[in-house]
Design a protein around this ligand. Structure first.
Ligand code: COS
Length: 378
C-alpha cells in the first residue's frame, strides 16, 4: 500500500484528499492501458481522462484559478499507475498553460475542448538550436497583411503528430534575445504547418519535429502581448515544473512499492531480503528521498496557490530534487530486483526508462541549478 500520510500535511485541504482517493480508485479500474501504439494509447487516454472528469483540472476555465496542488496530486497519482496516462494529462495542461493563464476569451474557448478530451494540445518551444537557451529561438513571426507569417522549425515537441492545437513561440523582434519573442495559438490543420519527423525515445510517447513554411496566422492568434513570449513561457514553466517533480515522485513511490514487495518476498540464506540491514539502509534512503521530494513539490504548489506572483526558485528546487532523487530511488529498486530488474517489461525496468527524460525536459537539471543560484545570489 502506497504511503499516503503526506496527504495530512498542512499544504492540503479536504478536497485534495478526496480527489486523490477518487483518482486512485479510477486508476485501479482503468490503468494501465496497452502502450503498443503510443499515438492510439495517448488519444485513448486523453478521451478517458476527459470522460472521467480529470482533465477539468488541467487548465482553468472561466472564473477559476489553476490549482497547482491539484495538478501535482493528479500527476503523482497517474504516474504511479501509468506513465503514459500522466503524460497525456500533463500535456493537456502544459500545452494550454499559456492560454489558461494569459489567453483572450476567444482563445480560452479552446479550453472547453482540451478540458473535455475532445482536443489534444502541445507546447512548441524547443528548436534544433534553442533548447536550454530559449532566448536563442530562431523561428520568426513577421507581420503580414492577414496577421503573422511564421517560418522555422520546432523539435522534440511532445504530442507532435497527434495534437489538434499547438502553442508556438517565435521571434517577433521587439528587442534582441529574450525580449523579442511572442506566443501564438496554432490549430494543427493550419496550412504551412508540417510534421517533418516523428522522434522515437527510450520511453515512447508521441514526439515530433515541426516545420513551419509560409504559415500564416490571424492577428488574434497572438497570446498576450508581442514581445512577452519569453516571460509567458517562463511563467507557464513556473507552474508546470513542480508538476514534473510530482510525476517523478509518483514514479519513485511506485519504485519503492515494488522494492518493498520484492524484499519481503525474496529470500536469501533462509530469510527475507528485508531482514538484511544493508537492504534496510537502502529502503531508508529511498523513503527519505521521496519525503524530501514531496515536501519541495507541495511547498512550491502551495506557495503558488496562496497567490505568489512567481515561484521560480521553489519550482526549480522541486523539479531538480524530485527528478534527480526519483532516478536514484528507481535505480535502487532495479538493483533490489536483481536480474529481474532489467528484464524488459518489468515495472521497475519501465520506470527506469520513464524517469530519465524528466531530468531533461521543461528545463534540464543544470538549468534548474542556474535558476536557483541566481535567486540565491540576487
Ligand atoms: N517568470 C517571469 N519572468 C521571468 C521568469 C519567470 N520564471 N524568468 C525570467 N523572466 C524574465 C526576467 O525577469 C527577464 O526580464 P527583464 O528582461 O524584464 O529583466 C527576462 O525574463 C529574461 O530573463 P533571463 O535574463 O533570466 O533570461 P535567460 O535567457 O538568461 O534565461 C534560463 C535563462 C536558462 C533560465 C531560461 O532560458 C530557461 O529556463 N531555459 C530552460 C528552458 C526550458 O525549460 N526548456 C524546455 C522547453 S519545454 S519541454
Amino acid at each position: 500500500m502506497t504511503d499516503r500520510s503526506f496527504l495530512d500535511w498542512p499544504f492540503f485541504e479536504p478536497r485534495h484528499r478526496d480527489l486523490t482517493a477518487a483518482l486512485d480508485d479510477w486508476c485501479i479500474r482503468h490503468l494501465p492501458v496497452d502502450h503498443g501504439d503510443v499515438d492510439t494509447a495517448c488519444r485513448a487516454l486523453v478521451g478517458m481522462l476527459g470522460d472521467g472528469g480529470w482533465l477539468i483540472h488541467s487548465g482553468a476555465g472561466h472564473d477559476e484559478r489553476l490549482d497547482v496542488r491539484t495538478l501535482c496530486l493528479i500527476r503523482e497519482t497517474l504516474a504511479r499507475h501509468d506513465g503514459l496516462a500522466d503524460f497525456a494529462f500533463a500535456m493537456q495542461g502544459l500545452g494550454m498553460g499559456a492560454v489558461s493563464l494569459f489567453g483572450t476569451p476567444r482563445q480560452r474557448e479552446w479550453l472547453a475542448q482540451t478540458r473535455s478530451g475532445r482536443a489534444i494540445s502541445a507546447f512548441a518551444l524547443t528548436e534544433p538550436g534553442a533548447g536550454s537557451d530559449v532566448a536563442a529561438t530562431a523561428t520568426t513571426a513577421t507581420r503580414a497583411p492577414e496577421g503573422w507569417r511564421i517560418e522555422g522549425e520546432k523539435t522534440l515537441i511532445s504530442n507532435g503528430g497527434i495534437a489538434d492545437l499547438y502553442v508556438l513561440f517565435a521571434r517577433t523582434g521587439e528587442a534582441p534575445g529574450a525580449r523579442g519573442l511572442s506566443a501564438f495559438l496554432v490549430p494543427a490543420d493550419t496550412p504551412g504547418l508540417e510534421i517533418a519527423e516523428r522522434i522515437e525515445v527510450i520511453a515512447p510517447h508521441p514526439l515530433a519535429r515541426l516545420r513551419m513554411q509560409g504559415m500564416v496566422l490571424p492577428e488574434d492568434a497572438l497570446i498576450g502581448k508581442a514581445g512577452d513570449g519569453f516571460k509567458l513561457a517562463m511563467s507557464v514553466l513556473d507552474v508546470f515544473r513542480p508538476t514534473v517533480g510530482a510525476a517523478a515522485l509518483g514514479f519513485a513511490r511506485r519504485a519503492l512499492d515494488e522494492a518493498l514487495s520484492r524484499v519481503k518476498a525474496r529470500r536469501i540464506q533462509g530469510q527475507p531480503l528485508a531482514e538484511l540491514q544493508m537492504v534496510q539502509g537502502h529502503l531508508a534512503d529511498m523513503a527519505l528521498k521521496i519525503d524530501a521530494s514531496a515536501l519541495l513539490v507541495y511547498r512550491a504548489a502551495w506557495t503558488k496557490d496562496r497567490g505568489a506572483a512567481r515561484i521560480t526558485r521553489e519550482a526549480a528546487m522541486a523539479k531538480l530534487h524530485a527528478t534527480e532523487a526519483a532516478q536514484e530511488v528507481i535505480d535502487m529498486a532495479v538493483q533490489l530486483h536483481g536480474g529481474d530488474g532489467v528484464r524488459h517489461g518489468s515495472v521497475v525496468e519501465r520506470l527506469y526508462r520513464e524517469i530519465r527524460a524528466l531530468r531533461i525536459y521543461e528545463g534540464a537539471s543544470d538549468v534548474q541549478r542556474v535558476v536557483i543560484a541566481r535567486s540565491v545570489l540576487a
